[in-house]
Design a protein around this ligand. Structure first.
Ligand code: PLP
Length: 442
């Protein structure tokens, strides 16, 4: 699409938003297409049963995961993160932004998920497990009622080594897919975009993963993976832009979160709304979580996506209604950000269309702000995240500052809300690099 074509499609309000985005200003957008009726998920190709099916699959793999990744023994091979209250951080936000916030702020620590230290340990690992299970069952090597720890054997590794996995990534998806695929015995190739960090590439190569580097951005890396897989029927392509399996793997987080909320006695109902703020790249991870949460909590949960001011692809796709047909580059935005997990110029159309009637809104954050929030979180709570993972942290502030009309309209003003900031990555970042990030936050 060229800028003239795009502008001819938009109304004055949308043009104004584009103007701000083009000058890299932070924006907050409320989704006018959100539906509050029961049938808002009716046209969706996926259901709650699909999420439950994914959860069951992850349980079947529990004994295998516990055996090959001993750090998951305590949870019987279930890969899950904690939900922790961050009152000191909340105080700092209130103080620094001179903005009172009603309700507690919680951090969902996917940054510390076992195996690959980011939210990609949900979707990415799930998709490979599903592929492995399908192959093994089809060849009658495995039954669903087997103890899946049998997969940890030379026989199975030899079997899986006949197959290849390909994926394009800005880093974290590559880490997840690479680690689990290599563990199962697959041959795996990760196509890394220019912004991918060196340490992520090094770590994968150490694990026997083939890493191919590109000068171009994420979309190009994904395309390269797609082309590799098309040439070889035994090569499976993990399609970050369109995969329902990835999406369902992410959505399982909602079922797990519901249990955690119950354990922590955090109520979610009309008088206790839940706000969730999630960093968004191509959209699969936050989209899957949103889809799951809306299934469980309907109108009592409000989901917001957070993107860098230099890569606001999902916001652009949503408010123009053009989804994957528009990229940030089309309107002159450069897609250059230190938030490598979010450095995506073109959103997933598959995800955009699913979340269109259920997402409450989206906002953008400057890179400088990400580093500042990173430092404040270290100082206040001693929790270390990668820059991408802080994008949601400013959500409660923005909503209180600029969302009065929205809160009023939804009868949310002054209700005792729980705010969940989804921390999407960080525990695998090498110390020296984390030290650098921290210094940038002054
Ligand atoms: C991938 C990633 C996201 C966003 O997930 P998408 O599926 O690309 O939208 C957010 N934060 C981190 C750290 C990530 O690696």
């Amino acid at each position: 699409m060229n800028p003239v074509e795009i502008e001819s499609l938009l109304d004055a309000q949308a043009l104004n938003l584009i103007k701000k985005m083009k000058s890299y200003e932070e924006v907050l957008w409320f989704n006018p297409k959100i539906q509050t009726t029961q049938n808002r998920l009716e046209d969706c190709p996926l259901t709650l049963e699909d999420i439950q099916d994914a959860e069951e699959r992850l349980k079947r793999f529990g004994p295998y995961i516990a055996q090959v990744f001993p750090e998951t023994k305590a949870t019987n091979g279930i890969i899950e993160s904690n939900l922790v209250k961050i009152p000191a951080m909340k105080n700092k936000l209130v103080e620094n932004y001179a903005q009172p916030i009603v309700g507690d702020i919680w951090l969902k620590c996917d940054s510390h998920l076992p195996i690959s230290g980011s939210i990609k340990a949900r979707g990415g690992i799930y998709e490979i497990l599903k592929y492995a299970e399908d192959l093994a069952i089809e060849q009658q090597l495995l039954r669903k009622d087997d103890d899946y720890s049998i997969l940890d054997s030379e026989e199975f590794r030899r079997f899986f080594s006949q197959y290849q996995i390909a994926v394009g990534s800005t880093g974290n998806l590559g880490l997840s897919i690479g680690i689990i695929s290599a563990k199962l015995g697959f041959r795996v190739t990760v196509h890394m975009s220019a912004d991918a960090k060196q340490w992520k590439k090094d770590l994968l190569r150490e694990k026997g993963v083939q890493v191919i580097e590109y000068e171009a951005d994420y979309s190009k890396a994904v395309e390269a993976g797609r082309i590799q897989a098309e040439k070889d029927p035994r090569c499976y392509f993990v399609d970050d832009e369109n995969s329902q399996h990835l999406f369902l793997g992410y959505a399982v987080a909602a079922l797990r979160l519901r249990n955690q909320l119950e354990e922590l006695q955090i109520k979610v109902d009309e008088d206790h709304p839940l706000f969730v703020y999630m960093p968004c790249g191509v959209g699969g991870a936050p989209g899957g979580v949103t889809f799951g949460l809306k299934q469980l909590f309907q109108n009592n949960v409000y989901c917001f996506f957070a993107e860098p001011t230099h890569s606001p692809c999902m916001l652009l796709g949503l408010f123009t209604g053009l989804h994957e047909k528009i990229s940030v580059q089309d309107i002159g935005i450069d897609n250059i950000t230190a938030a490598d997990g979010l450095a995506v110029g073109r959103p997933s159309g598959f995800v955009g269309k699913i979340i269109e009637p259920i997402l409450s809104g989206a906002f953008t954050v400057k890179d400088d702000e990400l580093f500042k929030l990173l430092r404040i979180l270290v100082d206040s709570e001693n929790i270390r995240l990668e820059p991408s993972a802080l994008a949601g942290m400013i959500g409660p502030v923005k909503l209180a500052q600029e969302g009065k009309a929205f809160l009023q309209k939804n009868h949310l003003l002054n209700k005792k809300a729980a705010h969940i900031v989804w921390a999407t990555g960080g525990s695998m970042v090498p110390d020296v690099i984390m030290e650098d990030y921290y210094k940038k936050g002054f």
